[in-house]
Design a protein around this ligand. Structure first.
Ligand SMILES: NC(=O)c1ccc[n+]([C@@H]2O[C@H](COP(=O)([O-])OP(=O)(O)OC[C@H]3O[C@@H](n4cnc5c(N)ncnc54)[C@H](O)[C@@H]3O)[C@@H](O)[C@H]2O)c1
Length: 390
């Protein structure tokens, strides 16, 4: 059985998580690390015993010819780095979201096809312990026929929430509902319907965004619909998705790990508020075979690596493939377009440019002025822009 040779390009938080999972999996071996920051490179290299350390990705690619390159960098660097790495013909594991607009995502997919490379987008929750438990319950018919999905993101500013957390949530919805045909959305900023002046650069380099509160509707095949709320809350909230069927409901609490429970089943289609307690049933987490809970790897990252190994062995796409990640970008851009223009957007959209930059241009406006990249400073700058004071 082939051992896949892996390089990690970017050794901060997400690179460390990815590296721990590739290190723990018996079918993958980390052969090289790359980062521009020596302390990060050395910390990860020392932790995992990887001697080959680079600050020049081309030198790393030439000298090691890895099968898979993980690209866990800031989102604005996904497109240029993916294009550079794909040039070498390596498979890529790219952090989410795949890219900041459809045009970039199209090019990355086309380059991967040209090079016969498999893209996996790091939506690890889709193959993770709790989403697997949810999908199993739905597959077993425990909620009957799926009718509707409802989800809300974290507490972040809506447009940023969509790009950062919504990307995971949409991918989980796609797992059980299939392709999305159309989206409709409304958005407000500071209590008023969004205007082109409310289009801003995202915190953390996630492209161009709009909307403090976004409410979106997604239409899937077979008449299934979803509502997705990306609302700015004053305090922290866990993203939650509820899958509603003809005979029951199942609730997924995203981003939980060592909590006692991340998924609950309600074996009845509607809430009966006169009950003292709803008869919720906790679902068992579905751990990937071979996962060692004593390892430093997160079980969802481990499952994602395990799926990559299986996909490459079988010559098929990863469950969190570039194709799916590309569709997620189309949905997110469709939500922005619908909120801006006030119409339903059928997917895939013909115009692949960023809808918010297009909207501004049509109103005679240039791209928005730069804002601070770090989230805390960005929040202050946005509060000042809205006249709320810092
Ligand atoms: N999947 C998840 O659960 C999850 C969670 C949080 C964040 N993310 C995603 O992860 C990404 C950010 O990850 P992070 O916070 O670890 O990133 P980061 O931007 O903080 O760190 C990236 C590292 O990559 C290095 N780097 C960047 N360009 C390089 C180059 N050309 N050559 C060598 N090194 C380079 C930087 O020096 C830095 O150390 C975002 O896309 C975000 O959406 C995913």
């Amino acid at each position: 059985m082939k051992t896949y040779r892996v390089a990690i390009l970017g050794c901060r938080g997400r690179g460390t998580s990815a590296a721990r999972a590739y290190h723990a999996h018996p079918r993958t071996e980390i052969v090289a690390l790359c980062d521009l920051v020596a302390e990060l490179l050395n910390a990860l290299g020392d932790e995992l015993g990887v001697a080959a350390r680079y600050d020049d990705l081309d030198a790393m690619m030439r000298e090691h010819e890895p099968d898979i390159v993980a690209i866990p960098t800031g989102t604005e660097f996904h497109y240029p780095l993916a294009m550079r790495i794909l040039q070498y013909g390596a498979h890529i594991d790219i952090e989410k979201p795949l890219c900041v607009d459809c045009a970039e995502a199209d090019e990355v997919l086309a380059k991967a096809r040209e090079k016969n490379a498999q893209i996996a987008v790091h939506h690890q929750g889709r193959v993770g312990v709790w989403m697997k438990a949810v999908a199993k319950a739905i597959d077993e018919g425990r909620i009957g026929e799926l009718r509707h999905i409802h989800g809300h993101g974290k507490m972040y500013y809506g447009g940023y929430n969509l790009m950062n957390i919504g990307t995971h949530m949409i991918n989980n919805m796609l797992k059980v509902a299939g392709k999305c045909r159309a989206v409709s959305a409304t958005a407000t900023t500071d209590g008023h319907p969004i205007t082109p002046q409310d289009v801003v650069p995202s915190p953390q380099g996630m492209g161009t965004i709009v909307g403090e509160h976004i409410t979106a509707t997604l239409d899937f095949a077979d008449g299934v619909s979803a509502t997705l709320l990306q609302h700015h809350f004053p305090t922290g909230v866990n993203p939650v998705i509820e899958f509603c069927g003809t005979e029951g409901r199942v609730v997924l609490s995203q981003l939980v790990w060592k909590q006692a429970c991340g998924a609950l089943l309600l074996p009845q289609p509607h809430y009966a508020l006169n009950n003292e307690r709803e008869p919720y049933e906790p679902l068992e987490p579905e751990f990937c075979e071979g996962y060692d809970p004593e390892s430093s790897a997160h079980p969802d990252d481990y499952a994602y690596v395990d799926e990559y190994v299986a996909a490459l062995d079988e010559g098929r796409e990863h469950e969190c493939s570039g194709t799916v990640g590309h569709h997620v970008v189309e949905i997110m851009m469709g939500i922005f377009e619908s909120a801006a223009y006030g119409h339903r957007v059928s997917l895939p959209q013909a115009d692949r440019s960023h809808p918010l930059l297009r909207w501004r241009k049509e109103h005679g406006l240039p791209p928005p002025e730069p804002m601070p990249r770090p989230l805390a400073e960005w929040n202050v700058a946005e509060a000042v822009r809205l006249g709320r004071g810092a």
